[in-house]
Design a protein around this ligand. Structure first.
Ligand code: SF4
Length: 373
């Protein structure tokens, strides 16, 4: 059995054919960074993210030109598309008419009768709504001094606002929605989502907004999202990175896989290296080669890459296959068993040969008829 995260019980929100919440795997999202009216460029990013395993993609919809591009984007994407509207009700209606699977709105910035109109159209079209409450739209502007108690008050206000919108949507007879409570502050993100989770069964989209470049965002998102996910809170995530959206998907999967909430196809367990490292150019070079060779591998495999075998192959016993550097010739191993010694420059090639042998055996076993019990 081992350790597992007990997920919070939520209702399910359908974003196209992708269920979010309930017992479903936590969905990984990203957002395109292209001009949405650039259909080819946007679809190129969506397809790249699809190849990485993204579940849902959000596109910005700031103007009519972008809304007009939505039908072509939806037609060209294998994953559901969310149009990010924020506070322009007219665009939300256009996006829903165009067939988006979900619109992300900040209802606090829209007149009530127009929110109701958006909700009615979403219901009619079978689309979902993400109620987005951002600290930026509630908290005082950056640069102003925020006293400790005021910070707490504002965070509570975010939660209360989101809860009230949920109650309003339910009263209108619309239940296919999820909520995001986003802040660029990690502690506020944790506090607001925890508090919201105690009060409703509405699925939560998690993210730390404006989290920065790859390294800063990875740290902030791992702490913010990781803390909540570890407590079972969160049904879909987006890691916001100032940079490549494909990195957002990769980091999202890393966080979920660290908590055993999702399994990546390929897991590379590499040691950090130290003075015992026997690999030419260091274990990092070897790990990068393995990563490159497994980039398009579609099976499920955990590979361990060690700089030396000082602690024995048992160090990476959870891996299916592994390689370790050693003087003159390294080791190739399967689980804890050493298969053979291999010249260091051939380690990756031999690893790939073993991997395909293993895959062939697994395929043969799974195609054999099962005994009748
Ligand atoms: S496996 Fe070897 S090289 Fe890697 S960190 Fe451990 S002792 Fe150092």
């Amino acid at each position: 059995m081992g350790f597992t995260v007990n997920r919070r019980k939520t209702r399910t929100c359908m974003v196209g054919d992708r269920p979010v919440g309930g017992d479903h795997l936590v969905a990984v999202q990203t957002m395109t960074k292209t001009k949405t009216w650039d259909v080819d460029g946007t679809l190129r990013q969506i397809r790249g993210a699809q190849d990485k395993g993204v579940d849902i993609v959000r596109v910005a919809c700031p103007d009519d030109k972008s809304a007009a591009a939505l039908p072509a984007i939806i037609a060209g994407s294998r994953v559901p598309i969310i149009a990010d509207i924020h506070f322009a009700p007219g665009l939300a209606l256009k996006a829903l008419e165009a067939g988006v699977h979900c619109v992300r709105i900040n209802p606090g910035n829209i007149k009530l009768e127009l929110v109701q109109k958006i909700v009615a159209l979403a219901k009619d079209k079978g689309a979902a709504i993400r109620i987005g409450v951002n600290s930026g739209s509630i908290m005082p502007r950056k640069g102003l001094e925020v006293k400790q108690d005021m910070e707490l008050e504002m965070a509570d206000l975010m939660v209360d606002t989101a809860v009230q919108w949920c109650e309003q949507f339910d009263k209108w007879g619309f239940h296919n929605f999820k909520v995001s409570l986003k802040s660029s502050d990690v502690l506020t993100t944790i506090y607001t989502n925890r508090r919201f989770a105690q009060q409703t069964d509405v699925p939560l989209h998690l993210g730390v907004t404006e989290a920065g470049m790859l390294q800063a965002s990875t740290v902030k998102s791992s702490i913010g999202l990781g803390t909540l996910l570890g407590e079972g809170i969160g049904d879909t995530i987006r890691v916001s990175i100032t940079g490549d959206p494909l990195d957002e998907v990769d980091v999202g999967y890393e966080i979920l896989s660290a908590l055993r909430l999702r399994k990546k196809n390929v897991e590379i367990v590499a040691c950090p290296s130290c003075g015992r490292d026997e690999v030419d150019g260091g274990v990092e070079t070897l790990a990068r080669q393995v990563e490159e060779r497994l980039r398009d591998y579609k099976g499920n495999i955990t590979v361990s890459v060690l700089g030396c075998i000082v602690n024995g192959p048992g160090e990476a016993a959870e891996a299916d296959l592994g390689i370790a550097g050693a003087k003159d010739a390294g080791y190739l191993f399967k689980g804890e068993q050493i298969l053979r010694r291999v010249p260091n420059e051939k380690l990756v090639d031999e690893l790939m040969i073993e991997l395909y042998k293993l895959e062939k055996r697994t395929r043969r076993r799974s195609s054999q008829p099962r005994a009748i019990e």
